[in-house]
Design a protein around this ligand. Structure first.
Ligand SMILES: [Fe+2]
Ligand SMILES: [Fe+2]
Length: 194
């Protein structure tokens, strides 16, 4: 008989990691704009929800049980990814840097996933060693994930950062235009990103 038990916390989070890795691989092979956009929407939704269940449920449970530095870095890595997710959400496959943003996001996630899954010393291993109740955490995360999947099925909210304080960034001269030298009198006017 099939095992219908909810996966424990680590199995659930690892399954999310594998799913997103697969989607990034599909993106590498994709050629059409529509397919790329569809994959990116899926990647952004998966990553947003995954980060939310970790930040709302798993990471707080790890507080005081795993190394503080590792946990702090995990929050900062999530926030870094959210900036790229917001960029991708606000652009399309025909825009400059789109593929590069997907690639850099995949590399950031690859690093982050390694830090979580590293055998013996990663966040998951430390949490397991500390005796966290992985079954109970898995159930809570599965329930929250189902709720968020439903909530975000049409669109994602703007990412909420936990470690970044939220900056207005100045957008400089686009790369293509910056390549042609400007005369000293030509003013370069930065735009404000909100
Ligand atoms: Fe994760
Ligand atoms: Fe994470």
């Amino acid at each position: 008989m099939a095992d219908t038990k909810t996966p424990d916390a680590i199995a659930l989070l690892k399954a999310d990691h594998r799913k997103v890795e697969g989607l990034f691989e599909d993106f590498e092979k994709a050629t059409g704009a529509a397919k790329k956009a569809q994959l990116v929407k899926q990647i952004c939704t998966e990553l947003t929800i995954h980060a939310m269940i970790e930040e709302e449920i798993f990471y707080p449970a790890c507080k005081g049980k795993a190394e503080d530095d590792l946990l702090d870095e995990a929050y900062v890595e999530h926030d870094g990814a959210k900036v790229l997710i917001a960029e991708l959400e606000g652009s399309g496959p025909d825009q400059a840097f789109y593929d590069a943003k997907v690639k850099v996001l995949s590399e950031e996630i690859e690093h982050h996933v390694k830090e979580e899954e590293k055998p013996g010393e990663g966040l998951f291993a430390q949490a397991r060693k500390a005796g966290l109740d992985m079954d109970a955490l898995g159930e809570r995360m599965a329930a929250r994930k189902a709720q968020l999947m439903e909530q975000f099925k049409d669109s994602l909210p703007p990412p909420e950062t936990r470690s970044f304080s939220g900056h207005d960034l100045e957008e400089g001269q686009p790369v293509d235009e910056a390549e042609s030298p400007k005369g000293p009198d030509e003013e370069i006017r930065p735009a404000t990103l909100r």
